[in-house]
Design a protein around this ligand. Structure first.
Ligand code: ADP
Ligand code: ASP
Ligand code: MG
Length: 417
């Protein structure tokens, strides 16, 4: 007997039939004698609809009220799954974030989980009750509902798994694991049997939304054995209940991976915008004057490229922000014009960032050159490049995004044979 946390994403709970299918996955584990807590997302499309309503009501809405609205999607699915499980003769009840409680910080809309009191859930699981927890939400220090940022139910699941000391956390979604790249973009993508925490962190933060970044961080810190697997299969198919070796991808320590490739995957992030400040004064304090105010306005600056100035007096500064923040960023910079001392702001939106990820890069030379050559052969122009020990990110025109992903995928030999 073991303790398992099972998380089901939006498409897995999209309607009552799918919720019934989810209930059968839960029943399989309960019948096997395991203690089970389930975490659910909102029905697919629901959170987008709720977010849209808050914007329509007022673009400058209060973040606490945004949270009150958008957390409701998960409340609905937690109740519906509990009803469905009960109808199948399983003892189950729903839990909202505030009832457990899942304590978060005060960053409404993008809150971080601080602490979870798992005692009541552990006690109830011991009595044979299945906890059906609404994902994506917790309780802020102001005693109000706080949501965890888009995709946050993954984080709820891993955090609950850590809090109840689960033996395993299964993230059920509409793909049967983590692939070498998004299989919707490259059908030749291969499913990975295992992915190391560090690589998964990079993939998630560079655009592979199969797992929320924070969920990977928590899995790494709390050593939660996390599997990504599909809910879109017969819950009672052979092997589905295999405890040690379930179908899917295990997120684990690098050391657990025997056959390590140089490049593990290609990630892709849309809706990037580039801002260039032309002829910026080249003196100490200028970067602080540019990026300080952007940070204060909660604008996430990503790639930063500063050119060497020709004569030591003026230089160009280029960086990227999410397209949604472009207008706000331009306004903040215009307000700083006198302090920073630049000539003009130029910007371009609708760009994409493709990234090549692999821990093998630490010990192999020439990995970046392969990417540049492959993109050049397809006539794809590179606008900016950043690298770290285990990744290379390349900014390109949005129209070439998917072509670039497929080109790099095959350049590194990742295509399915
Ligand atoms: P859920 O609603 O279950 O949380 P998401 O839509 O958030 O599901 O995440 C699953 C999706 O992530 C898949 O449908 C797939 O298109 C996308 N995805 C992006 N990159 C990858 C990858 N490397 N491997 C698998 N799926 C990926
Ligand atoms: N429903 C939320 C979202 O769409 C959380 C999640 O699905 O993980 O972002
Ligand atoms: Mg998700």
């Amino acid at each position: 007997m073991a303790r398992i946390v099972m998380k089901f994403g939006g498409t897995s709970v999209a309607d009552i039939d799918r919720i019934r299918n989810v209930a059968r996955h839960v029943k399989r584990e309960v019948d096997a004698g395991h203690e089970v807590a389930v975490v659910v997302s909102a029905m697919s499309g629901k959170t987008n609809e709720l977010v849209g309503w808050t914007k329509a009501a007022d673009a400058m809405h209060d973040a606490r009220e945004y949270d009150a609205v958008v957390a409701s999607g998960e409340q609905v699915t937690s109740g519906l799954l509990a009803i469905t499980l009960q109808s199948m003769g399983i003892n189950a009840r729903s839990w909202q974030g505030w009832q457990i409680p899942i304590h978060t910080d005060n960053s409404h809309g993008a809150a971080r989980i601080l602490e979870i009191d798992g005692s009541e859930i552990i006690k109830r699981m011991g009595e044979g009750q299945v906890a059906v927890v609404a994902g994506f939400q917790g309780l802020g220090p102001d005693n109000r509902i706080a949501t965890l940022g888009r995709g946050g139910s993954d984080t709820s699941a891993v955090a609950i798994a850590a809090a109840v000391k689960a033996d395993r956390c299964d993230i059920y979604t509409d793909v049967d694991g983590v692939y070498t790249t998004d299989p919707r973009i490259e059908p030749k993508a291969r499913r990975l049997k295992k992915v190391g925490f560090e690589e998964m962190l990079e993939m998630a933060s560079l655009g592979s939304k199969v797992l929320q970044v924070r969920s990977v961080e928590l899995a790494m810190v709390f050593k939660v054995r996390t599997f990504v697997r599909s809910s879109f299969v017969d819950p009672d198919a052979p092997g589905m209940g295999d405890f040690l070796n379930p179908p899917g991808t295990l997120i684990c320590d690098e050391e657990e991976i025997v056959e390590q490739e140089v490049v593990t995957g290609i990630a892709y992030a849309k809706d990037e915008a580039q801002i260039s400040l032309r002829r910026v004064a080249d003196r100490p304090g200028v970067s602080a004057a540019i990026f300080g105010p952007l940070a204060e306005t909660h604008i996430n600056v990503d790639m930063i490229v500063q050119n060497i100035s020709e004569d030591g007096s003026r230089t160009d500064m280029t960086f990227t922000v999410p397209t949604g923040d472009l207008e706000k960023a331009q306004k903040v910079l215009e307000d700083q014009k006198d302090k920073v001392g630049f000539d003009v702001i130029q910007s371009e939106s609708g760009l994409v960032k493709v990234s090549v990820i692999g821990v093998g890069m630490r010990s192999h030379a020439g990995v970046a050159a392969t990417a540049f050559k492959a993109l050049a052969e397809k006539g794809i122009n590179i606008k900016a490049i950043t690298t770290s020990e285990i990744k290379i990110s390349i900014l390109i025109d949005g129209a070439y995004g998917e072509l670039a992903v497929r080109t790099l995928h095959s350049a590194y030999g990742l295509d399915k044979k």
